[in-house]
Design a protein around this ligand. Structure first.
Ligand SMILES: [Zn+2]
Length: 217
């Protein structure tokens, strides 16, 4: 890991049991191994962890030097829930909390008008967000927990809050003698790389529009 990295975000969503985190057919990574690796990263000052698994354990940071913010899907004695074909409701809720407004998406709960206000997502605002959806049944009975070490109001920000839709606007203008000009809006969350942006997002839309225009004539 690069030495100028001060914040480590750890997210695990999957199986966890007495052998540790299941990372392959018969492959496991123990919590002790994760703890050791994190403590060896002395340049990491804050660990933000999301444990979406059964019997989640608390990460052991280097207490004098590192801070910990850890959200668990469920209590350390309980099983987490994952629905076939739908994935985990806890991870989906987290993704929603951090990206829903930016991606122009909607809450997984019908008619829910949830939002996180302000320039930052804080421990409190994320906790509140999780809690209202727990109360409304989105977590199917799971009781999320959190652990904080060396955290106070000064360092409780988790991320910038993109409380607005993040999109790029493209004006496509053909060279002379053509006069065609079209404007397309592309959500930032749909852009994975530049080539794909041109080939699979912009070109099909532009080509589709041209065919539509020709048919009209
Ligand atoms: Zn909601």
């Amino acid at each position: 890991m690069r030495h100028n990295v001060h914040t480590l975000v750890f997210l695990y969503s999957g199986h966890h049991g007495k052998d540790g985190f299941k990372v392959g057919m018969n492959e496991y990574v123990s919590m002790q191994h994760i703890n050791k690796k994190i403590q060896e990263c002395t340049h990491v000052k804050i660990v933000i962890a999301f444990m979406d698994c059964c019997q989640p354990e608390r990460i052991r940071v280097k207490e004098e030097e590192q801070r910990l913010i850890q959200f668990n899907a469920t209590a350390s004695t309980d099983a987490a829930l994952s629905l076939r074909n739908e994935g985990s409701p806890f991870t989906k809720l987290l993704v929603q909390a951090f990206t829903m407004k930016a991606s122009g998406g909607k809450c997984a709960l019908p008619h829910c008008e949830c939002r996180i206000d302000g320039p930052f997502i804080t421990i409190d605002s994320l906790s509140h967000y999780i809690e209202i959806h727990r109360q409304n049944g989105l977590l199917r009975g799971m009781e999320p927990e959190k652990s904080l070490i060396n955290i106070n109001w000064q360092n409780e920000c988790l991320a910038y809050n993109y409380a607005y839709k993040v999109a790029f606007r493209f004006d496509i203008v053909l060279p002379h003698p053509f006069t065609s000009k079209h404007t397309f809006e592309v959500l930032a969350t749909t852009v994975k790389d530049f080539d794909a942006l041109i080939q699979t997002i912009l070109f099909p839309r532009f080509a589709g529009r041209r065919i539509f225009t020709v048919n009209l004539i």
